[in-house]
Design a protein around this ligand. Structure first.
Ligand code: COA
Length: 155
């Protein structure tokens, strides 16, 4: 997978759902979204915005990310990079694309929740301008806390 050129980001389509599911299961092996959830997410567009990353000429996807665009505060729904495509900037590119989508939709800030033990994702967010708003204690079924993070999009 790593021998090909850099991934290309584009808007998700219905046809991407099987490949999104593969990335989802690889990225969140413990509690992946199921196929119905992905259909529901794409059905909720334009309130939802989804972007996928593929390598032209290669099957499948290497990542995807989604956004809720309800009002002036957008919410990151998910961001996932296939384990074989990590560590080379794709997560940061997907997040940056979500920021652009949110700004284009008129949002002035963006929020997300991340597991307190997810140090890689937390570092991705904090190095890109997110700050801690609050901690939701024992928010996840596992008993793990959720960190609620926010970024102002005009900064
Ligand atoms: C979080 C995730 C999307 C990052 O994707 P990625 O493509 O590997 O990320 P990038 O290569 O763009 O790196 C972005 C930042 O993440 C952090 N990061 C990446 N790999 C890291 C590592 N191994 N250790 C620590 N921080 C790391 C760094 O801050 C990095 O920025 P920098 O290179 O400027 O320092 C990916 O690990 C993933 O899909 N994880 C499983 C799903 C998940 O947890 N999603 C988030 C749910 S809230």
């Amino acid at each position: 997978m790593s021998a090909a050129g850099p991934p290309v980001l584009r808007e998700a389509s219905w046809r991407d759902i099987p490949a999104m599911l593969e990335v989802e299961r690889a990225a969140f092996p413990d509690e992946p979204w199921d196929e119905a959830s992905l259909w529901a997410e794409l059905a909720a567009r334009p309130r939802r915005g989804y972007v996928v990353a593929d390598r032209p000429g290669e099957p499948g996807l290497v990542g995807y990310a989604g956004l809720d665009l309800a009002d002036d505060v957008a919410d990151v729904m998910t961001i996932a990079v296939h384990p074989q495509a990590r560590g080379v900037g794709l997560g940061a590119r997907l997040l940056d694309r979500l920021h652009h989508l949110a700004r284009d939709a008129g949002a002035t800030s963006i929020m997300l929740e991340v597991r307190s033990g997810n140090t890689v994702a937390t570092r991705l967010y904090t190095t890109r301008g997110y700050h801690l708003v609050r901690t939701r204690e024992r928010y996840y079924r596992s008993g793990e806390d959720a960190l609620v993070l926010r970024k102002e999009l005009d900064t």
